[in-house]
Write a protein of this length. Structure first.
Length: 731
């Protein structure tokens, strides 16, 4: 009796592929295991989605499975269902969605479970060795110092980034050696949970929130709306204690890798349990190791960024999304899934509670909470002795600016610095200057592949486009008139940090942006130095705005925010409100009073006024009403089609043909095609088309019906096009 398997492969074709199972492999064929199969001229690894005794294809068309890689399904049924649901929701293939859910090492065919762990230690000869004899081999000396009096696993050794050559040389000298030991599953945390520190005393609002959350059984989604500094993490910790004592695991998602070090240390200090960490900064093997610990139940707490959402838990108990409003929970490349929405769906499938925490909730979550779909808890007072922040606007119309700073802000900085405090300046523009200007003819140097200006990076000696990565050495002469009088126009973080170092020579300055934290461990070392008080002036982009706790920062200055108030994107006011509130929240977090100053040319702007006088809560509710009147998300549902081509008319014509295939009536609206806010990027012209509906079901049905016809359009091959369900930005 022949047996066939249906296999989901990581290819964009929205279909499942059939393969024959060899007679001696039939006992291995089951749903959820990985298989290696021939696909065209290559071999791919896919996941079995079903088995069947017959197949519709002609016998000569059917190829056989090369081999089965697993004895049992990789993912629990709940995660398998989640990927299937997500594939349908985001209009992609099941294979593409499943490949998002598996660590890279498993997609390449790695073993699911590790039989042994490798431990490194000093040999008797190494213990007796004189380290001074390694004075001319610093890398070897470093390895020896790390292994003094302790045993390290291969993982720990890799994490320390020690030289592989040095390890090999010491092994050849017989100063260090390794031992492979059989793995024993340690689930002791499930029987007895020990705390590493005493929990803090909760204030009444925190205590009510924890009591309410502890009473919930099964699936519940709760929005915890707490102003900055109100102690949301303390609520998470108290809730985790209850979950861990029940012998269940918790998954905690954070938006940025930068936030993970301090989050991990908070949880490790409180609970003596194994914490698995998953983010894109790890090697494939490190991620696989963390995945294994979560799947086996050894790791009680799993902390990670967006992709950690798909990590299997043997004893699922709770999912927490911290800073749930953050746009980095939405994947921009490839499959555009949103980790927040899938986390809520996963909680539903696994029948466990989901907690969304934020000081500035997204309008989507706020609408769900106000409509009663989510529970809604609020923390309205700052934890401990922290006071409310003083806010002020500096109107810079007709004011002389010194490197982007007004006299009022400089004077305020002096007062706070002289009092021994730290000052944080927020400028969302990295580089030295946002544009290169010719002082003689006024020409601005524009990227030859995008509708954008080059940013000047003085320290690297280059001009770079932040949209396509195009870069050149800083030109000596103007491209237009040949003049040598070139100057940076505007201020970036690099220039601001340089200017502040001259203005305040006695106060060390640190700059935190993507350029200064690209090296592994750079962000952590900067943050540690800030906490120790080594730096007094902090200059940074959004990386500094998110979730960090700086007790000595008493003044926060926001420079050049006017661009955020006038954007083509309907989400811009919401983003600005979140950013302003989050950055302001870095001031006065301990016992010291905080001040926030905002420099603007738009001091009368109603959005600004509403934010400053009424706070984010009321501002967001007013924004929700505006969106409802304008028939925009979250009141209506949206999918965005992007198309790019070397000729703009190809992209236009393709989207016009797509528009003709979509339903248009009182409940379904098609907008476009129209140029994207940045019309040309990386040498291609970009167009977009929006399809909006009043009901989510109408969008799903309308688009699912049109999709096969869209893919069959001849122009679909001339353009590069993509779909974005629930788009987070229109750029």
């Amino acid at each position: 009796m022949p047996l066939f398997v249906e296999v989901a492969l990581p290819v964009p074709m929205r279909q499942i592929f059939s393969y024959r199972v060899k007679d001696n492999d039939t006992h291995l064929a089951q749903k959820g295991v990985r298989v290696k199969v021939p696909f065209g001229r290559q071999q791919l690894i896919g996941l079995v989605t079903g088995t069947s005794p017959d197949c519709d294809l002609a016998p000569q068309q059917i190829k056989s499975v090369i081999n089965f890689l697993d004895d049992e399904p990789l993912l629990p049924e709940s995660l398998y269902k989640l990927t299937q649901w997500a594939a349908r929701y985001y209009f992609c293939s099941v294979g593409q969605m499943l490949s998002q859910a598996l660590p890279v090492a498993l997609r390449k065919g790695a073993q699911v479970s590790a039989e042994t762990t490798r431990y490194w230690q000093l040999t008797p000869a190494g213990q007796a060795a004189d380290l001074n004899s390694l004075s001319r081999a610093p890398a070897q000396r470093k390895v020896m110092q790390q292994l003094q009096g302790k045993v390290l696993t291969q993982e720990e050794l890799s994490a320390l980034e020690l030289s592989k050559t040095a390890i090999k040389a010491l092994q050849e000298r017989d100063w260090i050696g390794f031992q492979d030991r059989d793995n024993q599953l340690d689930l002791s945390w499930r029987d007895s949970l020990t705390l590493g520190e005493e929990p803090h005393q909760l204030n009444p609002q925190q205590a009510i929130a924890v009591a309410t959350l502890n009473q919930q059984q099964g699936y519940h989604c709760t929005l915890l709306e707490g102003i900055t500094g109100s102690g949301k993490t303390e609520v998470y910790l108290a809730l985790l204690e209850t979950i861990l004592k029940q012998g269940k695991q918790a998954l905690i998602l954070v938006p940025e890798i930068g936030l993970t070090p301090q989050t991990i240390s908070r949880f490790k200090h409180r609970f003596n349990v194994q914490v698995a960490v998953i983010h894109s900064g790890l090697t494939d093997n490190q991620r696989l190791n963390a995945w294994r610990q979560a799947r086996s139940g050894e790791a009680a707490i799993i902390i990670g960024t967006r992709s950690a959402l798909f990590t299997p838990m043997r004893y699922p108990g709770l999912i927490i999304l911290d800073e749930e409003h953050d746009s980095s929970f939405k994947q921009q490349e490839g499959v555009g899934y949103h980790a927040r929405d899938l986390a809520v769906m996963r909680g539903n499938l696994e029948k466990i509670p989901v907690l969304l925490g934020s000081a500035t909730p997204s309008l989507e979550s706020l609408q769900n909470a106000l409509a009663g779909r989510y529970h809604h808890l609020e923390l309205g007072e700052r934890a401990g002795a922290a006071e409310k922040v003083r806010q002020g606007i500096v109107d810079i119309r007709n004011q002389p600016l010194k490197n982007g700073l007004s006299h009022a802000l400089l004077n305020e900085m002096r007062i706070h610095l002289d009092a021994g405090n730290q000052v944080l300046l927020f400028l969302n523009r990295r580089g030295f200057a946002p544009a290169l200007l010719c002082h003689e003819c006024g020409h601005l140097h524009e990227c030859d592949r995008c509708d954008a200006f080059f940013t000047v990076h003085q320290s690297l000696g280059e001009i770079r486009c932040h949209h396509c990565g195009n870069q050149y050495a800083i030109p000596q002469q103007c491209h237009q008139c040949g003049s040598t009088m070139l100057m940076g126009q505007g201020v970036g973080t690099e220039q601001l940090a340089e200017a502040l170092a001259k203005e305040f020579p006695n106060y060390p300055v640190v700059r935190i942006d993507r350029d200064t934290t690209s090296r592994k461990g750079a962000l952590e070392s900067h943050l540690n130095a800030i906490h120790k008080g080594e730096y007094k002036i902090l200059v940074g982009t959004q990386m500094l705005a998110k979730g960090h706790h700086f007790p000595d920062v008493t003044l926060v200055g926001l420079l050049d925010v006017d661009g955020a108030l006038f954007s083509a994107d309907f989400r811009a006011p919401e983003r600005f409100g979140q950013l302003y509130t989050q950055v302001s929240g870095r001031a006065g977090r301990a016992r010291k009073a905080g001040t926030v100053l905002l420099q603007t040319h738009q001091s009368e702007n109603p959005i600004l006024r509403e934010l400053m006088h009424k706070g984010y809560g009321e501002f967001a509710r007013a924004q929700l009403e505006e969106r409802r009147q304008a028939l925009l998300p979250p009141a209506w549902y949206m999918v965005l089609l992007r198309a790019e081509a070397h000729k703009p008319e190809d992209a236009d014509e393709f989207l016009n043909q797509v528009a003709a295939l979509l339903p248009q009536n009182a409940q379904c609206e098609v907008i476009g095609p129209m140029p994207a806010p940045m019309d040309k990027k990386a040498g291609k012209y970009r167009r977009q088309l929006m399809f909006q509906t009043k009901e989510r079901q109408l969008l799903q049905q309308g688009f699912e019906t049109a999709l096969p016809q869209i893919e069959a359009l001849p122009l679909a091959k001339k353009c590069r096009w993509s779909l974005d369900r629930d788009p987070q930005d229109l750029l």
